[in-house]
Design a protein around this ligand. Structure first.
Ligand code: FES
Length: 168
């Protein structure tokens, strides 16, 4: 396996924003369907901006680095801009991940979307599974999401997950 970049190693050794925000405005708790690792992200939102974010991750080094970098990327962003952060962007901000570890970056994106979805529902609004606040095709997106989850489960059952890359 290719070695981790210096940036990844820096975030593994010295992860930023570890912990849990007291009285958060949104919570995202997700498991990686590929390996079963877990991430919990709590966010504080003020004036539509993510004021603070903290994570707890039970996973591999790449997952820790992704979680740490994700919190650095989202703090200060508007909800709309935070929704544009993809797993690829987080991996790029870490100067890349080894191909077999790209699936680990899905954990960060999924936790962020779950936390924002939770925040939205607390505001009495809902976020489409595609991540668009104003998506006009919600039923289609639900169907696509179910199909994607089924495909993940199938790949997991058949050991096809190494090197699999999460794409949205
Ligand atoms: S997140 Fe599970 S192996 Fe990296």
């Amino acid at each position: 396996m290719q070695p981790y970049t210096e940036k990844v190693m820096d975030h593994v050794r010295n992860p930023r924003n570890v912990g849990e925000i007291e009285d958060p405005d949104g919570v995202g708790e997700v498991g990686n369907p590929v390996c079963g690792d877990m991430m919990r992200l709590t966010i504080k939102v003020r004036d539509n901006h993510i004021q603070d974010a903290k994570f707890q991750t039970f996973g591999c080094g790449a997952a820790i680095a992704v979680s740490s970098m994700l919190t650095e990327l989202v703090i200060g962003k508007t909800i709309e801009d935070a929704l544009r952060i993809s797993n690829r962007m987080v991996a790029e901000a870490l100067d890349g991940l080894p191909p077999v570890k790209m699936h680990c970056s899905a954990l960060g994106e999924d936790a962020l979307r779950a936390a924002i979805r939770d925040y939205m529902s607390r505001q009495g609004k809902s976020l489409c599974v595609c991540g668009d606040l104003n998506c006009p095709h919600r039923n289609d997106c639900e169907e696509r999401n179910k199909a994607r989850e089924a495909a993940h489960a199938h790949a997991h059952d058949h050991g096809e997950h190494e090197g699999h890359e999460h794409q949205d």
